[in-house]
Design a binder for this molecule. Structure first.
Ligand SMILES: [Zn+2]
Ligand SMILES: [Zn+2]
Length: 318
């Protein structure tokens, strides 16, 4: 392979295999405490940037962790507890001050529309397109060539949804040696990734299966918002690359978790284990905890691959 061929093959394979980068801007539950902000997460899918919940102070965190949130075109609000949306009004206002013109898609409980309209009396510089989450419903929120987003009901004190983000990887992976060996012209590389055979000048058919490997599995991130321990969630999050499950408490406070429809670290880990996920992230800590080491240690006794996230935490899946 000369350098040029290598670069092109690498580029074609990269292009067809999008990555997913998650950044936690706020990991605390209920209120800001111990330097931890309420819930806000940014999921960067390359071509699209998504925001999941937007607690108070999220804009400060975006600046601190250099998130270019003007790229966000889709915002998902899990439920109407203030620690998940009190930062949204300020962020919308800033977008308008920055002369945003792109449409913003907002996936949220229906009542949020009225709250926004009351608080933002002036017309915004851009349109908000609302997509309401229906109580207790599993819903497909987005389904494009590249992404799919699903909302699913979780078990909390008010109507709450979790979200499953999926990056589709339908394109096959070129085999460097084979495309070289059969002298496939560069312009045809993309067709092979789409599953098309190649025909030589002499009419010989070379199957795409010889020239490429099957697509990598879709990348999946599941966000389980605020929820009690409930095994009904498992089918939605089975086998995901990353699962975020709240762990408001450690297990000595399991009674509080049950009463307030939250989870313990151990319960979050049980869901991860039963669902066979690859990586568990826990967060949404009660402000009664100064540090989160105990949460992580507790979860790891059940599910080793656990990280107790912190504000500014970032993870990438390819
Ligand atoms: Zn919460
Ligand atoms: Zn809540």
């Amino acid at each position: 392979l000369n350098v040029d061929d290598f670069t092109i093959i690498f580029a074609v394979n990269q292009l067809e295999n999008l990555s997913m980068k998650l950044t936690i801007l706020g990991c605390n539950g209920a209120l800001p405490a111990h330097g931890r902000f309420p819930t806000c997460q940014i999921l960067d899918l390359g071509a699209e940037m998504m925001m999941i919940d937007c607690g108070e102070g999220s804009q400060i965190q975006m600046q601190k962790f250099a998130v270019r949130s003007s790229r966000v075109d889709h915002v998902f609000i899990s439920h109407m507890h203030g620690d998940h949306y009190f930062g949204l009004i300020g962020w919308l206002n800033t977008q308008a001050l920055m002369q945003r013109e792109k449409v913003l898609h907002l996936y949220c409980p229906e009542i949020l529309k009225q709250i926004i309209e009351i608080q933002l009396l002036e017309r915004l510089s851009f349109e908000i397109q609302y997509h309401f989450l229906l109580p207790n419903e599993k819903m497909v929120l987005m389904d494009t060539e590249k992404y799919k987003v699903l909302a699913f009901p979780v078990d909390h004190s008010i109507e709450t949804h979790g979200f499953l983000f999926e990056v589709k990887r339908e394109k096959r992976i070129l085999k460097k040696e084979k495309v070289q060996e059969y002298e496939i012209p560069k312009y045809y590389y993309r067709n092979i990734t789409l599953g098309k055979d190649y025909e030589t000048k002499d009419g010989e058919i070379i199957s795409y299966e010889v020239l490429s490997d099957p697509p990598k599995p879709n990348l999946k991130y599941a966000y389980c918002a605020d929820t009690a321990f409930n095994e009904n969630l498992i089918p939605y999050v089975t086998g995901v690359d990353i699962l975020f499950h709240e762990a408001t408490y450690t297990k000595e406070n399991v009674d509080k978790a049950i009463a307030r429809k939250h989870s313990t670290a151990e319960q979050a880990a049980l869901i991860a284990q039963k669902a066979g996920v690859k990586q568990l992230l826990i967060g949404h800590y009660s402000s009664k905890y100064k540090t989160t080491d105990a949460h992580e240690a507790e979860a790891k006794t059940v599910f080793e691959n656990t990280i107790a996230v912190y504000d500014g935490f970032s993870i990438e899946v390819k």
